[in-house]
Design a binder for this molecule. Structure first.
Ligand code: ZN
Length: 374
């Protein structure tokens, strides 16, 4: 995503701001400025900025739950219409998706309870933040308290792929097939999207119109992907390593030191490496294996020390499903591709994901898996 820039990193998750983001601050300054002059414009900018802090905390709720289940989180992107935590994949176990989807709104519920408790405890004279838009501690506090409640409620609408829709799919998937559960959740989501679009047009709310369109199309896209994945799974084969793997990979020699491997890794192109002499396959070094070996034996040890004994190379004819299964079992992101003892290249989890994405019928191929727009 070249159209965003990094704000900060939390537990290895990049939090990025989309380049269109400043527009919402300008919009806020303009709209609130019309209501309350200079002080109103300032209120708008401060309130919206802090609103996106709430959105970020919400997305971190999803992200930490995903990390808990071992699902890597690529990044959180803040867009004018909300935030997105981009997970490497959505956990398919219903109970896990249930928890991941609920973790975002739960953050807002907890924050609302804490803020409500503070307001009650200190007897804060809260104001109506929809009409009182002069910049003050109380107006901002009231605004954020209200928006925590709104964020929690709005995201819990059963409008797949928003959080409430994901909760619905997870619950349905506990009693029926994943594909059927997705289809029902997506259709409920489409109805919600159309209702939301009507409401937006009647009330002139541009942002909810965008969200309605997002719900409609992202739901349709995810349904296409689930169907396609099920199809691949049912057919069992048809897609093999040959169609996906890359022969342009960095290879380590058996007499390389761990230091050399770490230096290659630092350059960032690749984190796992096949080890070969000429083109004879010798072994495989995973990212975590390399770090572990370097800690144990020091950086001058030979690469042998870091090779993973459990990794079985795959052949060009190996079924993609078997590849994914081995990756999942060993918790690794790449496997060496070998034929008759000769190293041909490497296949990565990322490549498989991209292949599945590209092969899915929906034309918008680089859309991320979305956990919820707040
Ligand atoms: Zn969410």
């Amino acid at each position: 995503m070249g159209s965003s820039f990094k704000l900060l990193t939390v537990r290895g998750i990049d939090i990025r701001l989309h380049i269109t983001f400043p527009f919402i601050l300008l919009w806020a300054a303009f709209v609130y400025g019309q209501m309350g002059g200079m002080s109103g414009a300032l209120f708008g900018v401060v309130a919206i900025s802090l609103l996106f802090v709430l959105v970020t905390l919400h997305e971190l709720g999803h992200s930490f739950a995903a990390l808990h289940y071992g699902v890597p989180v690529r990044r959180i992107v803040l867009l004018p219409i909300g935030g997105m935590a981009q997970l490497e994949q959505m956990p398919e176990k219903p109970i896990q998706e249930f928890v991941v989807a609920l973790a975002g709104p739960a953050v807002n519920v907890i924050l609302a309870l804490i803020m409500g408790g503070i307001a009650l405890g200190f007897g804060l004279p809260l104001v109506n933040p929809l009409t009182n838009t002069t910049l003050s501690f109380l107006s901002i506090f009231s605004y954020l308290l209200l928006y925590n409640v709104i964020l929690a409620l709005f995201n819990m609408l059963p409008a797949f792929p928003m959080d409430g829709g994901r909760v619905l799919r997870a619950l349905l998937a506990m009693v029926t097939s994943y594909e059927r559960a997705t289809a029902v959740a997506v259709n409920v989501g489409r109805v919600m999207a159309v209702l939301l679009a009507f409401y937006s047009l009647r009330s002139g709310a541009v942002f909810t119109l965008f969200i309605a369109m997002f719900i409609f199309f992202a739901g349709t896209q995810e349904l296409a992907m689930v169907k396609w994945r099920q199809q691949v799974r049912r057919s069992g084969h048809g897609y093999t390593v040959r169609q996906v793997f890359s022969s342009q990979v960095g290879v380590l020699g058996p007499y390389d030191s761990l230091r050399q491997a770490l230096r290659e890794q630092m350059r960032g192109w690749q984190s796992d490496f096949p080890v070969a002499e000429e083109d004879r396959y010798i072994g495989f070094v995973t990212e975590s294996g390399l770090v572990r070996a370097a800690n144990l034996y020091g950086p001058d040890a030979l690469i042998y020390a870091a090779m993973s004994p459990d990794v079985r190379p795959v052949s060009p004819q190996t079924d993609l499903l078997d590849v994914q299964r081995q990756m999942a079992r060993l918790k690794i992101g790449a496997l060496p591709v070998v034929e008759y003892g000769r190293l041909l290249g490497m296949i990565t989890y990322r490549q498989i994901q991209e292949f599945i994405h590209t092969a899915a019928t929906w034309p918008n191929n680089d859309a991320p898996r979305v956990v919820g727009a707040s």
